[in-house]
Design a protein around this ligand. Structure first.
Ligand code: CUV
Ligand code: SF4
Length: 625
């Protein structure tokens, strides 16, 4: 097989399992990636169009062949349209997840969702207040029902603004209004993306890109934010908690259940069902010492943040978890779940259980989840896993030893709480220069680059330079595995940041949650900006997605720059075939929203770019370098 394992990942547990895969003759995403080489040059540049059946059309990047499609679309138009469709898909994924969270919340309010309850009533009342709903003289369930209904109506809101966008500083809101990108409901924006990219509709790259920004804002400050907040009400707002990370969290003598995907709606119930004494007794009857639940990707992040459930790894480790031979059930919902898992699970005793009515895969056991009987379904799933334990072949079990401790659970509320309820101490530290600024590092893994290399090195460079890092998604998991989420990691921070972390007993890298929880970062940024009376684009902050791959990441990147935060991408988006789109995204858009993208695969150079931007913003605020 192609590359040697150390070129594929910096993570020792991942390397060990890649060697094991090789020994067992099993293919992983890395091998399939190698088989895809060379990847299509038109696709890489974004100049292939399949939007109508006169095509497919492609533009010759060398300027010798076709310079437009059958309809006359140029490379600029095709690239912009393709990018808009990526944003639409990403925003749809986040926001459809949000819709399901609200629907579960509504069923709970109606007393039809056994096992769910209002865990954070204070947060619910605060949300209700944003919508002008008064809790006066009403039961929490009545408030919940009214709130659920107004939240549901946000998705299809035909006229703007959507309520949570009013959380942004007033200056940011007027930037959006002036540019004509203050969004309406996310459903409407996504439909308009599809309409505009149909043959013969919107054919101006800048006009298309502006709608892309508008759509992404309806995700970040709409769909994603709704998902985060409703999940906090239903399952609790995270507070700091200790846990563990990496494949070493799997247990050699317990039933291992992995929850993978993105929604906490079912995984919360699985966590509860796995603690049920009846289930634990059954596990013991089957010869196991107990039941161990761990997570992968963002479903994992959700239960990690709220319950300290260990994370077994990030996106590229999903297959490796099965290859340990120690997983009784891989339970999935939606998003970032490789269809390859079906075949793979078939080579082991692992049950690959799919639960979402929306997401089926080859080779799965379907155990569809519905709110009305979520706890019951969760119990059935846990039982299936436990009863599968005797099928485990001890001779094939190979759990890497590596795991690292981590401190997680830094919701915006928890961070502000730790600071005494106001951003002032953080502002003071930034003003004095002890903390230079804030870096938000997020996003996926991608076999195009060495697994975790960009994540870990970029974050290390930032904290070494006194930049406080906030993280979500698969970056957070990479940081956890590297020990960067431990308070002890303060030792790796610069002379300004280190004593602050040590005094507060927190790591220099704060895990804020799953990908939809990037909305927490927006809320924190808004709190800082509002406190200072400036716009988000004035803050000494920068973002990065060193190893991104998903369409969701494209929507995220777009709303982060639309919110005013400069963002460095570590893998190249499919836009280079259009000089105009490339130039708008890396330069022109700055004049519209006060931030732009950069592409820099080298994490050390990416850190330099982010730090330079932070210095520039400090200067703008009249702060010392
Ligand atoms: Ni939603 S989107 S690979 S799991 S961060 Fe992880 Fe996070 Fe990307 Fe998917
Ligand atoms: Fe070709 Fe235009 Fe049809 Fe795209 S929309 S496939 S460029 S004819």
């Amino acid at each position: 097989m192609g590359k040697n394992v150390s070129e594929r990942s910096i993570d020792p547990a991942t390397r060990a399992m890649l060697l094991e895969a090789d020994r067992a003759g099993i293919e992983t995403a890395w091998d399939r990636f190698d088989k895809q080489q060379p990847q299509c040059g038109f696709g890489i540049l974004g100049v292939c169009c399949r939007n109508c059946n006169m095509g497919p059309c492609r533009i010759d990047p060398f300027g010798e062949g076709a310079d437009r499609g059958v309809c006359g679309a140029t490379a600029d138009i095709i690239v912009a349209r393709n990018l808009l469709r990526m944003i639409a898909a990403g925003a749809a994924a986040h926001s459809d997840h949000a819709r399901d969270a609200v629907l579960a919340f509504k069923k709970m309010a109606e007393g039809e969702a056994e096992g769910y309850q209002i865990k954070d009533g204070a947060k619910m009342n605060a949300l209700a207040a944003e919508y002008g709903i008064s809790p006066e003289g009403r039961s929490p369930e009545e408030v919940a029902l009214e709130l659920a209904n107004v939240l549901l109506s946000e998705f299809g809101k035909q006229e703007g603004p959507i309520t949570f966008t009013r959380r942004a500083p007033a200056k940011r809101q007027s930037v959006w209004e002036k540019a004509g990108i203050d969004p309406r409901g996310v459903d409407r924006e996504i439909v308009e993306c599809m309409h505009r990219t149909h043959i013969g509709v919107d054919n101006d790259p800048v006009h298309l890109l502006l709608h892309g920004l508008r759509t992404s804002i309806s995700d970040g400050w709409g769909g994603s934010m709704i998902a985060t907040d409703v999940q906090d009400v239903l399952f609790g707002t995270p507070t700091p908690v200790m846990s563990e990370s990496n494949l070493g969290v799997l247990k050699s003598d317990e039933v291992n259940i992995i929850v993978h995907g993105h929604e906490p709606i079912l995984s919360e119930m699985i966590v509860a069902a796995a603690e049920d004494p009846e289930m634990v007794a059954l596990a013991i009857e089957m010869g196991a010492k107990g039941i161990s639940v761990s997570g992968i990707c963002c479903t994992g992040n959700e239960v990690l943040m709220r319950h300290g459930i260990p994370t077994a790894g990030n996106f590229l480790q999903q297959e490796l978890a099965v290859i340990t031979g120690a997983v009784e059930a891989m339970v999935v919902d939606v998003q970032c779940i490789m269809p390859a898992l079906g075949n793979l699970a078939g080579c082991y005793h692992t049950k690959f259980i799919s639960t979402s009515p929306k997401a089926d895969f080859p080779g799965t056991l379907r155990m569809e989840y519905h709110e009305e009987k979520a706890l019951e379904t969760a119990r059935e799933i846990v039982r299936a896993a436990v009863e599968n334990y005797p099928n485990r072949d001890p001779g094939r079990v190979n759990i890497p030893r590596e795991k690292s401790g981590c401190m997680v659970g830094f919701s915006a509320e928890a961070i502000l709480g730790a600071l005494g309820g106001t951003p002032q101490p953080l502002v003071d530290a930034i003003v004095s220069g002890s903390i230079k600024g804030v870096g938000a590092v997020v996003g996926c893994n991608n076999p195009k680059v060495q697994h975790d290399f960009g994540h870990v090195n970029l974050v290390r460079e930032l904290i070494r330079n006194d930049v406080l890092v906030v993280t979500t998604g698969c970056n957070a998991i990479a940081c956890a595995k590297a020990g960067l989420l431990l308070p002890e990691a303060a030792k790796e921070a610069g002379p300004g940041l280190r004593p602050i972390c040590e005094a507060l007993g927190v790591p220099p890298v704060l895990h804020m949650g799953s990908c939809v929880d990037i909305s927490r970062i927006l809320v924190l940024a808004a709190a800082l900006a509002n406190h200072l009376g400036v716009d988000i684009s004035d803050l000494p902050a920068a973002g990065a997605a060193p190893e991104w791959m998903s369409e969701k990441a494209v929507s995220i990147g777009a709303y982060v720059i639309a919110s005013g935060v400069y963002t460095v991408l570590g893998t190249v988006p499919p836009v280079l075939g259009s000089p105009e789109v490339t130039s708008v995204l890396t330069k022109g858009v700055e004049g519209v929203v006060g931030a732009s993208f950069a592409v820099e695969p080298d994490p050390f150079k990416a850190a330099k770019l982010m730090i330079a931007k932070i210095e520039e913003k400090r200067e703008g605020l009249g702060l010392s370098a």
